[in-house]
Design a protein around this ligand. Structure first.
Ligand code: SAJ
Length: 421
């Protein structure tokens, strides 16, 4: 990796972050070897196709595969730069303990092929200290290599943490244009990683230490979670006091320094509902607001379910349309979705009275099996249902005019119809 020679890059984990990242690095002209444990994923990519939905990703992957710049396999290969983008879920212990085993497994595989001069970058959202733990795991496997932070001499390899901060639906754009925090185990590691990211990132790349970069990623999502929890708590207070929360927020937000977010049926996705727990796990006594915000946002799901049930009970002869299953607007991602949780709870209770409208789904998820609930289009729901429970603010729902909802009982958890409040 000298002068203008493009580094060879190995990206480990070809999911929602790894694949777009691999494609963007390849677009910058670096040969990329992508690694994934799933053979079908590897085969799909090698055909120039994709296994996830993301705007413009299909065309980009097809182009870089055709140019021979992106190849996938289930096996790791030697490279100059390794980018690890594997999942960091919870251990299944009920305590929200972070599971870094996929990161550690990836690090051990990288260790087997590392050579002097290589750079290893962790991108997975991780608890503070994970990059150092990864360094220690590599050191144990490769005593022949001088490790950054463990040697007084010049280290043989560089190690850094560099989280993504992209929004699903805008991943390619945000991967390129967002600023990045780049945390090195040592300042030299950070500079090495910086030079790599500068090849394909147009946003500003800011260097720091690995632990600060790890915490920064967690803090960004915890900040948003706390702010959404404030909005959700307000909505539950407003329900109790018979107030219109949307009106209160609209008015409060006219203050020049107030910007309250939007209440909803809870917080979904695999980032904001997960990452704050990594902070709580690292500092359980201190992380009081962060823990409470998680609990408030989870409690909102149960609050919505209870209110929806009461509305349905009050309209015993009506069919009920649940609008949306996705975890947020205009995407086809149903993982960790509060809308899905609420709709499934209603389906279990009210069976065939429940109609689900989700333009981004071709069938109902498994938990609806045997309930009698059906997936219908919006026109059928508007014709047949007497109760509407709005769970996702998809654009197609927002434009339903008042006259098509006039004779229905409405519970609008997202505030998409100000006239219905
Ligand atoms: N939500 C509300 N009210 C709001 C905003 C969001 O109820 O006012 C809900 C959404 O409906 C959804 C959840 O919160 O259920 C999360 O949605 P989101 O759009 O806030 O965030 P994600 O999960 O799609 O992406 C977040 C982003 N983080 C921040 O904005 C700080 C993104 O930049 C990160 O890259 C991503 O997490 C990640 O991968 O960590």
């Amino acid at each position: 990796m000298r002068g203008d020679t493009k580094p060879e890059v190995c990206v480990i984990g070809l999911g929602y972050i790894g694949l777009p990242t691999a494609a963007i690095i390849a677009r910058a002209g670096c040969p990329v070897h992508g690694v994934d444990v799933t053979q079908t994923v590897v085969d799909t990519i090698n055909r120039g196709e994709i296994h996830i939905e993301e705007v413009d990703l299909d065309g980009l992957v097809q182009a870089v595969v055709q140019r021979g710049l992106l190849k996938a396999s289930t096996e790791i290969a030697p490279a100059d730069v390794f980018v690890i983008a594997v999942p960091t879920p919870f251990v299944k212990d009920g305590n929200h303990t972070p599971d870094t085993s996929y990161v550690m497994a990836a690090a051990e595989k990288v260790a087997a092929v590392l050579k002097k001069g290589d750079t290893v970058i962790l991108e997975s959202t991780s608890p503070v200290g994970t990059t150092e733990a990864m360094r220690d795991a590599i050191a144990a496997k490769r005593p022949d290599l001088a490790m950054p932070g463990l040697t007084h001499d010049r280290a043989d390899i560089s190690l850094a943490y560099c989280p993504e901060r992209v929004l699903p639906g805008k991943i390619l754009e945000e991967l390129t244009h967002n600023d990045r925090s780049i945390g090195g185990i040592t300042p030299r590691c950070a500079r090495k990683a910086l030079a790599f990211y500068k090849r394909f990132v147009k946003g500003e790349c800011v260097t720091t230490d690995a632990r600060s970069a790890e915490m920064t990623k967690l803090v960004e999502n915890a900040f948003r979670d706390v702010n959404i929890a404030f909005a959700n708590e307000l909505s539950m207070i407003a329900d109790k006091q018979g107030l219109d929360v949307w009106e209160v927020i609209r008015l409060a937000n006219r203050h020049p320094r107030v910007n309250i977010l939007t209440p909803g049926p809870g917080v979904g996705g695999h980032c904001i509902a997960v990452d704050p727990w990594f902070i709580v796990h690292g500092a359980p006594e201190e992380a009081k607001i962060i823990r409470q915000a998680r609990e408030v946002n989870d409690a909102k799901m149960h609050h919505v379910l209870a209110r929806a049930k009461a509305l349905i009970d009050a309209n015993p002869d009506a069919k009920v349309a649940c609008l949306g299953l996705a975890f947020k607007a205009n995407i086809d991602d149903f993982r960790e979705s509060p809308a899905r949780y609420v709709a499934a709870g209603l389906a279990r209770e009210f069976g065939p009275r429940i109609q689900v409208v989700e333009p981004y789904a071709s069938e109902l998820p498994k938990e609806f099996d045997g309930t009698g609930a059906e997936l219908v289009d919006i026109d059928t729901a508007l014709e047949e249902s007497g109760v509407l429970v709005t769970l996702v603010d998809h654009d197609v729902f927002k434009v339903i005019p008042p006259e098509e909802r006039r004779d229905k009982a409405v519970y609008d958890t997202r505030g998409i119809w100000p006239d219905a409040a």
